[in-house]
Design a protein. Structure first.
Length: 184
């Protein structure tokens, strides 16, 4: 785990995607990451960043949500199983996904998305960050390389330059930094 990433640069780009509290959101996170990196002409970083985004979203779904999460309401209507909860409007602008109707409980009175994936390009880095409403930070476990789970944070540490977490107004953000070594 590293120190909080410095995101001070002349050219900074931030995109964000609200995610439903469902396991299909891991696929949505990967899709969002692919589209964003391609738009930034950083497609060659997809494998590493998408793996980390998937792990961070999975952890947020597994450990970062309140015990009872209502069925998400979408401003685009109900979708079939496996469909992206943000539908055809995924064009990488945060204002398009803000207020998408996830939450609205006592734990989330402002009806804000419970989980949000953000990608920040701040040359010479890309930061992948996932917010969730839980205040407890992630705790790496002893890796059991045969078990089906428990290796996520080890993968995050292996594939990113550094990672960490810090509390936010409601919950926490877990982040991972990737260096743009040969990109300009």
């Amino acid at each position: 785990m590293g120190l909080s990433p410095a995101v001070l640069a002349d050219r900074e780009t931030v995109v964000s995607c609200a995610l439903a509290p469902r396991r299909e959101s891991v696929r949505t996170a990967r899709e969002f990451t692919r589209l964003t990196l391609n738009r930034w002409e950083l497609g060659d970083l997809f494998d590493d960043i998408a793996l980390v985004a998937s792990e961070l979203v999975t952890n947020a779904l597994r450990y970062g949500l309140p015990a009872h999460v209502p069925e998400p309401r979408s401003i685009w209507g109900r979708r079939g199983a496996g469909a992206s909860p943000i539908g055809d409007r995924m064009d990488l602008r945060a204002e398009e996904t803000a207020g998408s109707g996830y939450g609205g409980t006592a734990e989330n009175p402002g009806n804000q998305p419970l989980i949000r994936l953000s990608l920040v390009r701040s040359d010479p880095q890309v930061v992948c960050a996932v917010t969730d409403p839980c205040e407890n930070g992630p705790v790496p476990r002893e890796a059991d390389w045969v078990a089906e789970s428990g290796r996520g944070l080890h993968l995050v540490e292996s594939f990113s330059q550094s990672w960490g977490w810090h509390p936010v107004a409601v919950g926490k953000v877990v982040w991972a930094v990737f260096e743009l070594q040969s990109h300009g």
